[in-house]
Design a protein around this ligand. Structure first.
Ligand code: UGA
Length: 471
């Protein structure tokens, strides 16, 4: 099938490259010429494991362009995967989505096209995009509008329930950064929302190789042994849109719940890692996303929980559970600093090293990364910080110029003369460190485990004063 993907961020790029890998003919469009040039040369503008390999394997089916006119006509499916950053009031800023929808409408031809919202968009956006497409389409060519944009069945105009030359669908993305390709090719489920049966059929056809798991996996990513046929949830637009928010908010609150219990565990002398393990083995709870620590960051959980609260407010509804998950998450960052203060008594003048800046391992994404709040809070208290990340430093320099002078090139530099080191992001490189090598460099060998991933007993045997965010 012919596919156009608008936007080459994490979601758009992974979608485009994966569908091309599966044999579809994909054109990715992005207004950023530098990004398009890079991709056309086979290089990936984001750090995502395996992406350059998949780009190479999918290359025969992939085109990159900055022109909608080159990408949209002839496409069976147009995915819109542009960014939807938070506006000041917490609601998503839909400027990019509007302008992408308008540009798509300008370039649509008269063959039936499914326009898919792939970005995480507020509930109701499907109908909104549908209206924008109709308006732009009409403006573009009133003659065509009369001749070929006629409703072919009796659904009311503007509800998206008609068979027109295009239909809008929602197909939320559930990939995690750092695991983007595996999550796309071997997903837990595919959700498609549309009020138009024809678009459900088109998307079903598009995803069939994934649904039935009939494709040969990429050479570098074998099919997991437990990968089965993938459940397809075909539903209405609003339900698909809400599924995405509800899933992200649930994961966020699961982590916050583990962190809240972690604070109590610390008071009563329980081990939160054991508590989380014991809870997670109950299959109704599940062990994933119960890892305690400095909490969640990234571009999704913070933004999506905020958007959910903002949407609810439009309907005069409160979301106290989601709000609490956000508060607990923010508190975890503050607690990391408090733990250091408890140990060192005085933070002024202390040298504190932070290992890990990206919001989680295997990405160079720094959006809402706990390390940023922790570093800023320590600096505000007069501490001298040393920052290290195995991958994200280049991006850090550009995005965090005020903090850039605190970057360290080497791990030795972080430990040298240090009063405490905080493990903020659990990169494999840090877990595999020969910790005994560094203890001698420190002034006081305090290690704060921000992710509860180090072996406390081992660290103590080496001679560290091991403390954790909870416990
Ligand atoms: C999240 C969702 O997991 C994806 O399903 C979704 O598609 C994506 O948002 C999105 O909406 O685009 P992502 O933000 O890439 O994916 O990363 P996660 O792996 O979910 O981690 C989020 C944060 O939670 C990280 O800061 C991580 O360190 C933290 N976390 C995760 C914990 O603190 N504890 C855990 O047990 C798990």
């Amino acid at each position: 099938m012919k596919v156009c993907v608008v936007g080459t961020g994490y979601v758009g790029l992974t979608t485009g490259v994966s569908l091309a890998f599966l044999g579809h003919e994909v054109t990715c469009v992005d207004l950023d010429q530098a990004k398009i040039d890079m991709l056309a040369a086979g290089r990936c503008p984001i750090y995502e494991p395996g992406m350059e390999d998949l780009l190479a394997e999918a290359a025969p089916n992939l085109t990159f362009t900055t022109s909608y006119a080159d990408a949209v006509p002839g496409a069976d499916v147009v995915f819109v995967a542009v960014q939807t950053p938070s506006a000041a009031d917490g609601s998503p800023d839909l400027r990019y989505l509007r302008s992408a929808a308008e540009s798509v409408a300008q370039a649509l031809d008269n063959d039936f096209t499914v326009v898919v919202n792939k970005s995480t968009v507020p509930i109701g956006s499907g109908n909104w995009v549908d209206a924008i497409l109709r308006d732009s389409f009409k403006q573009r060519d009133s003659f065509k509008q009369r001749d070929s944009f006629k409703q072919r069945d009796n659904g009311p105009e503007g509800t998206g329930s008609n068979t027109t030359e295009f239909a809008v669908a929602s197909n939320p993305e559930f990939l995690r950064e750092g695991n983007a390709i595996a999550d796309t090719l071997f997903p837990d489920r595919i959700v498609i929302g549309s009020d138009n049966p024809r678009s459900l059929e088109v998307l079903n056809r598009l995803y069939r190789p994934i649904i039935n798991q009939t494709f040969t996996p990429p050479t570098f990513l074998p099919r997991p042994e437990d990968a089965n046929a993938v459940p397809l949830v075909s539903t209405d637009l609003a339900s698909a849109e809400l599924i995405k928010y509800a899933a992200n908010a649930f994961l966020a609150l699961k982590i916050s719940y583990a962190n809240e219990i972690g604070q109590l565990a610390a008071k009563v002398g329980a081990d939160i890692t054991e508590v989380a393990r014991g809870m997670g083995l109950d299959q109704r709870i599940g062990s994933r996303f119960l890892q305690p620590g400095v909490g969640w960051g990234g571009s999704c959980f913070g933004k999506d929980t905020k958007a959910l609260i903002a949407t609810a407010a439009e309907y005069n509804l409160e979301m106290p559970i989601v709000k609490a998950a956000r508060d607990v998450n923010q508190r975890q960052r503050a607690i990391a600093v408090e733990r250091l203060q408890d140990e060192l008594r005085i933070l002024k003048g202390r040298k504190i090293g932070l290992l890990g800046l990206a919001f989680k391992p295997n990405t160079d994404d720094l959006r809402d990364a706990p390390a940023l709040d922790i570093a800023n809070s320590l600096i505000a208290r007069g501490a001298r910080v040393k920052l290290h990340d195995p991958v994200a430093t280049e991006r850090f320099r550009i995005e965090q110029p005020e903090l850039a002078p605190y970057l360290s090139q080497t791990i030795d530099e972080v430990f040298a003369d240090c009063d405490a080191v905080v493990l903020v992001t659990e990169w494999a490189q840090y877990l595999e460190l020969d910790w005994s090598k560094f203890i001698g460099l420190m002034r006081t060998p305090i290690i704060l485990d921000g992710r509860h991933v180090l072996d406390a007993e081992r660290m103590r045997r080496i001679g560290y004063k091991y403390i954790a965010v909870a416990g």
